[in-house]
Design a protein around this ligand. Structure first.
Ligand SMILES: Cc1ncc(COP(=O)(O)O)c(C=O)c1O
Length: 396
């Protein structure tokens, strides 16, 4: 990685835009043969050669039996239903993408929102989960926000104590490790998204992982309209099959993925050092023993100390060609679809959600890009303070 960029070189037209994501796909010549073969034989879907191979490779890589899906959302619905969730209450964080409570609703259950921990890891708070358990609760559905692994151990203990299913929406966390082991087999079941925005992307796609053979068989049937042997259906299924082209791309992506994760982690460490010199910013943390893939780097803005609020900062960054997102804002309990829970007390969630920006992290991010993002934030702050603050004075 290169040396820091001087602040004065930061002008809006000096460089190309840094968007929130920069998906990187293999070159067509790397997978054209396989794709042509799929087209020639007509085997482009219905769990043909490449999907089966991709599933095998993923199961080996993650160390847990894995079934691939057309996308993460459908995978999550299949996972919930296969775990027996068709009614009752499921405890989920409100600090997540809307897909999480939506999946719960789609299988016929009610999402009950719980708060996150106040430690900048954005993980579901096990104590708050416990407070919200009732005799209607059937499951805990944690979320690995930004790729940070949830507190699997505490949540699993809680689930066991209250005889609940413990499932994880790991959509963002493919490639994250806990104590050196890739996440995937850490709960009753976990699912990942391979959407183009994710660190590991197959355009659209996803998977469900579980060590529970019964649950796995049920996920498999649900993925294919509910069909079991002999074309009978024991329950209503859906069409969750992955296209062969996505599997072909996924097989290529796997070859370079470990390098991508290393680059993402280096980028975050570099931005973290730069951001630590700027007053008024709280940067996302990972718990001890967790090696996060960092889908994005969350930064919570303390408007008073920083000198401008989150929304103004986001607009200022945009003018300097840095496009951040306000994930996850608004929090899910403030979405119209979940209005009945608008007034629930989720103090940490609300403080974080309305003050957070997600900074871009790419599979091929350069040191210069990291420095530009930090410099753009410093520049915005200097401007807010009247442009009088000299660069060196910012280094507290
Ligand atoms: C937390 C979370 N859950 C679920 C999903 C849904 O995944 P997909 O887009 O693959 O359907 C996403 C997607 O962005 C997500 O961020």
């Amino acid at each position: 990685m290169t040396a820091a960029v001087p602040l004065d070189s930061l002008t809006p037209l000096a460089r190309s835009p840094l968007h929130i994501v920069r998906p990187r796909f293999p070159r067509t010549e790397q997978f054209l043969d396989a794709f042509e073969k799929a087209l020639e034989t007509g085997q482009v879907t219905n769990n043909s050669r490449w999907v089966v191979e991709f599933e095998t490779r993923l199961s080996e890589y993650l160390g847990v039996p894995t079934l691939v899906f057309c996308n993460g959302q459908i995978g999550m619905m299949a996972m919930l239903r296969a775990a027996g969730i068709t009614g009752g209450e499921v405890i989920v964080p409100a600090f997540t993408f809307s897909a999480t409570p939506h999946a719960v609703k789609w299988v016929g259950a009610e999402p009950v929102f719980a708060d996150i921990l106040d430690d900048m890891t954005m993980r579901l708070d096990p104590d708050d989960v416990e407070r919200r358990i009732t005799d209607r609760t059937v499951a805990i559905l944690a979320v690995d926000a930004y790729g940070v692994a949830s507190d699997y151990a505490s949540l699993a203990r809680l689930a066991e104590r209250y005889k609940l299913k413990f499932l994880v929406d790991s959509a963002p966390s493919f490639g994250t490790r806990v104590n050196g082991q890739l996440v995937g087999g850490c709960a009753d079941a976990q699912m990942f998204s391979f959407h183009a925005t994710k660190a590991f992307a197959t355009m659209e796609g996803g998977c469900v992982c579980t060590h529970d053979t019964e649950l796995l068989a049920r996920v498999k049937a649900i993925r294919n309209f509910g069909q079991v042997e002999g074309a009978d259906c024991h329950e209503p299924g859906l069409n969750g099959k992955m296209l062969e082209i996505s599997a072909i791309i996924g097989l290529e992506q796997l070859k370079t993925f470990e390098q991508s994760i290393a680059t993402r982690r280096h980028a975050v460490e570099r931005m973290r050092i730069g951001l630590s010199r700027i007053p008024g910013l709280l940067v996302g943390q990972e718990p001890a023993g967790v090696q996060t893939n960092w889908l994005y780097l969350p930064v919570v803005v303390d408007a008073r100390e920083f000198g401008m609020d989150r929304d103004t900062l986001a607009s200022a960054l945009e003018k300097n060609n840095v496009f951040v997102r306000k994930y996850y804002s608004p929090p899910c309990h403030h979405l119209t679809a979940y209005n009945t829970q608008r007034e629930v007390n989720l103090a940490v969630t609300e403080r974080v959600a309305y003050n957070v920006i997600a900074l871009p992290v790419y599979n091929d991010m350069t040191g210069e890009e990291c420095d530009l993002i930090v410099a753009a934030i410093q520049y915005a702050r200097r401007s807010a303070l009247g442009g009088t603050t000299h660069q060196s004075q910012n280094r507290t």
